[in-house]
Structures are given as C-alpha cells and as structure tokens.
Ligand binder design. Sequence first.
Ligand SMILES: Nc1nc2c(ncn2[C@@H]2O[C@H](COP(=O)(O)OP(=O)(O)OP(=O)(O)O)[C@@H](O)[C@H]2O)c(=O)[nH]1
Ligand SMILES: [Zn+2]
Length: 361
Amino acid sequence: MVRDYSKFLSASAAPAPAKRDMTPLERLGWAPFFAQQIDVTEMAQTPPVRIVSVHRSGLHVSGDGIDEVLPPRADATVGDWLLWDKVRPGASRVLARRSLVKRRAPGTDVQVQQIAANIDTAFVVASCNQDFNLARLERYVALAFDAEIDPVIVLTKTDITDDPAPYITAAQSVSARVPVIALNAKGDAPIKALADWCIPGKTVAFLGSSGVGKSTLTNALTGNDGIATQEIREDDARGRHTTTHRELHFARGGCIVLDTPGMREIQLADAAAGIADVFDDIEELAAQCRFSDCAHDSEPGCAVQTAIKGGDLDPKRLERWRKLQAEDAFNSATLAKRREKDRAFGKVVRKAISSKPRNRS
Ligand SMILES: Nc1nc2c(ncn2[C@@H]2O[C@H](COP(=O)(O)OP(=O)(O)OP(=O)(O)O)[C@@H](O)[C@H]2O)c(=O)[nH]1
Ligand SMILES: [Zn+2]
C-alpha cells in the first residue's frame, strides 16, 4: 500500500489544528519546521519517528503506527525526530532540532552530552517558601534561553504562604521576556494556568530543584491516563531486567511532557548566550560604558555603576550576573584543563611531601 504522506508536508504557518483533526505525527509533535526538512519520497521511504525515551539498549521511537527500538547512538536524544531507515536503522537521519538542551559530558574533555531535543516551553519551577532562590531561577531561565526554548516561570505553593506577591515580583525581575505564573500545584489550577503553553502537539518540560513541585505539576497535566506509568522492560548491561519509565508523557490537554532526570537539575556550561539574554538589561548598560573592557567596578564613565547609583539596577543582580558568568566559565573549561591543573597540584603536593625532613626511626 502506498500511503499519502503529502498531508504531513504542509509548510504553511497555519494555526495548530484542533485536537480532533491532528494526525498521529502531529500529536507526537510533528510540525512544519520538521516537514520542511524532507521531501515526499523520503517521507514514504523513511517515515519520521520521534525518540520517546533513551535506554542503554537503544532508542525507543514512535511514529504513525510505528513503535520500534533503534540501536543506541550518541548523536540523538529524547525528543529528536529521526527518519526511520527500516533496512539500516542505525543510519536513520536525525532531523535538525528546534531546540536542544545539552551539557558538557562528565568524564570527557570536549564532548557535549545532549539531554533533550525539540522542547517548545520550559516551565522553570520554584516554590513560594524559604527555598525560593533568585539566582537559581536566573540560571534555569538562562539555560532555557541558551537552548532556544521559551521559558515560563511557575511559582508553586501559593497555598502555604501568606502573601505570594513578593515572590511574584522577584520572579518578574528575572527577565521582562518571561511570563510568571503563581499557583497551588496540588489544586485544580495547573491545567488552566498552563493552558496557553500546554497545547496539542507542543512539548513542554519542567525544570527546577528538588521538591519544588515538578512531579506534582507533571501529574496534574498527565493525570493517570498519561503513559507516565507505562513501563518498558529492558536488559541492563549485566543482563538483568530493569524497569524504566518512558520519558515523553501525553498530557490530557494534548501536549507532550518530557520528563527526564538529566533535565531536572542541570549546571550551566557554554551558556554565555543564554546568560546574556537573561541579563540583557546589564548587557545594554555595559555597552554604554566608556571603556569596552570595563569591569563595572570603579572605572570612570561606567554606565552600570551609574545605573546602580541612580537606583535603576539592583547591585545584587550585578553580583548574580558575575557569579553566573563565572560558573559558566568554570564549567565550560575542558576537563583536560582541569586534569592538567589537578596534575600540577598533585606535583606540588608530592614535592612538598618529599621535601619534608624524614623521621629517622
Ligand atoms: N502545599 C503545596 N504542596 C506542594 C505544591 N507543589 C508541590 N507540593 C508538595 O511538595 C512536595 C514535593 O513535590 P514534588 O512534585 O515531588 O517535587 P519535585 O520538584 O518533583 O521534586 P523532585 O522529584 O525531588 O525533583 C510534595 O510533597 C508535593 O505534594 C503546592 O503548590 N502546594
Ligand atoms: Zn562599566
């Protein structure tokens, strides 16, 4: 049977179709951005599939009537779209991504580890209690910007604070481009409050520290009929059966919730562009400083210091910008460099030990 794939190839910027009209691929997140990358012949010969989870034994992919496990590969991650090559599955082409969350892989010097692809909205979650931390919010928003994902800040636990207003005001100060939603994640609010972003065919993810309410929000969106509880079995490296969860969950509203442990808490690395996006107010001021290499301390003609003196910039925000840049720079340093430093330090220590006068016994 020759299938008519032309309906998947619409490159028009038509509004998202109503849920009932959506094709199986669109429900998985297929969009004109991906369709534009392939032609009808390719579509028929190598149908698109999305990676719904990554396991040691392979990549679990879903498509229109397709549910397969492809060989593991380093250049594809959960959320990616592949063109499934039935004859040589390992050669399936990875389509260009709309967004990519990555981090420097531990244990290697230059390799970047891909965490999740093609997320449309990142909900950066924080709670209205003593755990609230502005620097952390800024870090997650920078991460989202850097990955080219639209962030939305979600403040949880409004029910256990007398006044959520100060938290909301603080969260709004992170970036003028980021909406802030405050809610009780345990109540009925989440589905309605997040409806603008949780629309059919869109992929969302929750970022934030432990205990802020990410699972509560995920469950609120997916309910019990998501595939969150559907488990798949696989053999781990030692041949034992382990049980893992799929990582793309289908929410009741039709959106796709990506939940992968690597996404939840993540350090910044190579995220200079994202940091610049969050702190675009400081970047703009810095561009007006008299010296292009101004350190914004006590240089004459420093627009940043002028803004601080005039009450237009919170000095604490400047401090957090500096810290985040330092963190990013540190994490961006290759492990090789760190190893080199460690080796040099080891040498110093060994030398110090060997030059100590020895006790004669
Ligand atoms: N009162 C109240 N409790 C909440 C709210 N959101 C989450 N909680 C509670 O806070 C605790 C932590 O919530 P989780 O959803 O597990 O947090 P998480 O971010 O998924 O945490 P990790 O899985 O450790 O990353 C749970 O006991 C939730 O019931 C809220 O809006 N109000
Ligand atoms: Zn300056």
